[in-house]
Design a protein around this ligand. Structure first.
Ligand code: IMP
Ligand code: MG
Length: 178
């Protein structure tokens, strides 16, 4: 990708992200008090949020990674979800917390929920740093939402455009040059 082809508008700062994660962690700590959870990082986009979130939790946490791909190199969903890496251990009887970067159409999350429910966890809930309520195409519940945003394409803090820009410490809105 040629850096001349886009600009990035600063949108959510590092400080705002940090404060929001502290709030989400407080809620999760209260809701799961006394329980162990299996936190599932949905790769690739969630790895930065996941790392910050699990370090804010005061619960015993096991970490698992689930690789998924639904977007080619475009900014609109293909609607097709593929598992590229499966969990490393069983989740039967465990309290599962899916950690998602962003819920857009909801198709990926709906797929993950079905995929994991089949393994009979004790409970299953979801934390998403971002959600685009106007883009939802399926009915999915997200218990812990960081920021509800408009229908815009965002990058940074783990989120990519064509595999670039994941390392930005803040969240920006991507503007592609016509
Ligand atoms: P969904 O299946 O349409 O809900 O899309 C979910 C996945 O698409 C997310 O986990 C992201 O990996 C990717 N995605 C959706 N919206 C954006 C965005 O604005 N920026 C970067 N990736 C996105
Ligand atoms: Mg994702």
């Amino acid at each position: 990708m040629n850096p001349m082809d886009y600009t990035i508008e600063k949108f959510i700062s590092e400080k705002e992200i940090k404060d929001k994660i502290a709030k989400l962690a407080d809620q999760i700590n209260a809701d799961f008090d006394g329980k162990e959870i299996v936190a599932i990082c949905t790769l690739k986009g969630s790895f930065v949020f996941f790392s910050d979130l699990i370090r804010s939790l005061a619960l015993p946490v096991r970490c698992e990674f689930l690789g998924l791909s639904s977007y080619g190199n475009q900014t609109t969903t293909s609607g097709e979800v593929k598992v590229t890496l499966d969990l490393n251990s069983q989740i039967e009887g465990k309290h599962v917390l899916i950690v998602e970067d962003i819920v857009d159409s909801g198709i990926t999350l709906q797929f993950i929920l079905k995929y994991l429910e089949a393994r009979n966890p004790a409970s299953i809930s979801t934390a998403a740093l971002l959600s685009k309520p106007d883009a939802l195409k399926v009915d999915v519940d997200v218990e812990y939402v960081g920021f509800e945003i408009q229908n815009q394409f965002v990058v940074g803090y783990g989120l990519d455009y064509a595999e670039s820009l994941r390392g930005l410490p803040y969240i920006g809105i991507l503007h592609l040059e016509e």
